[in-house]
Design a protein around this ligand. Sequence first.
Ligand code: FES
Ligand code: FE2
Length: 393
Amino acid sequence: MPNQEQQRLLRFLKHGIETGETVDAGGIVRSPVADFTCPDLLAQEQQVFFRETPLFMGLSSDLPGRGSYWADSETGLPILMTRAEDGEFRAFANVCRHRGMQVVADGRGDGVRFSCPYHAWTYGNTGQLIAVNRESSFGTVDKASRGLVELPCAEFAGMLWVKPTPGGDIDVARQLGGLADDMEQWDLPQHPYGASQLIRADINWKLAIDTFGENYHFDVLHRNSLTSEFHGNLQTHDVFGLNYRMVFARRRFMEILDEVIESDEWPFRRMTLSVYFIYPNVILLVDPSAVDVLRMFPDGDDPGKSRTAHSFYVAPEVREYYEENPDGYAERFIAFNHVVENEDYWVAASVQANAASGVQTHILFGRNEPGLHHYHNAHRRGLNRPPLPLEPA
Ligand code: FES
Ligand SMILES: [Fe+2]
């Protein structure tokens, strides 16, 4: 993000702190509650968003060195990601070409050869079938054509992307819709992987995304938690293709402005929280000490269940602290995900239950919640549904 753009956003937030004004979408939107409960819609979402669309999986540091791997099944398809000796990022369907067992258990680590737990067929980290156990008894297998099925993948600006269907390429710059500069600027490759946590919730996966999509609720729902860290009901909003970026002001915002006189020296990251929605299912947070990647997925075929796969990556400035305090990884998660589970997902579970009650057909997204307008319309565009009209209010 160019310095000029940072200053524009900071000036907007400064004005908001001084006046109480926030972003204005120019109208409100009504969104059908059936979107959270409809099994037919979920089936379409599974196919379009979690099979046919390139997905942002994590950062380059999820595969920190040559010979590292990461196996992840959250999309519904077991995926094996590797960085082989040539340094290249590769992704495969983690499905054995003998009888279809998942070859590598979900997790991460170092490994250049993977032996299937069923009959010990062995694969290399470029996907090739290296050995068929007792081939003389089994029969001769054409190893060259029975490697792991490769998936389209790309590494760009420190981001790892995979499409969970074979065939085709991923154009990450196009997926980012103009966010490439922002991603480059955050220097993502310099953020080592910290830790991961999976949160299961009785909420539709879109409700999980919605809880991150505005800060109108901060002073109310988070009055005993996040309010001490952020100004509520104050955000910027910018759209990049199907993605959006919001920036929130930290409580120390004005104090820092008083300390740093020259506007081109304002320390953007220390003053803000940047929240990105990366289509179709990821929230990426950048704060002074970390980058958080929260990937939201449906959980099975129940529209009322979802899983949030949350990983965090340590900012270079605090790397030393975490190296000296390994317990800090767990502590950060306890603090962060306590708010997510006990505050955000607590209200979302009530919204989910009440969506199923049929009491009302629509919910409202206000003028001060443009991220929700954008997200639901991006989702609708993906499924060839017409956008939700903006209504004067
Ligand atoms: S299913 Fe993998 S070796 Fe048999
Ligand atoms: Fe929240």
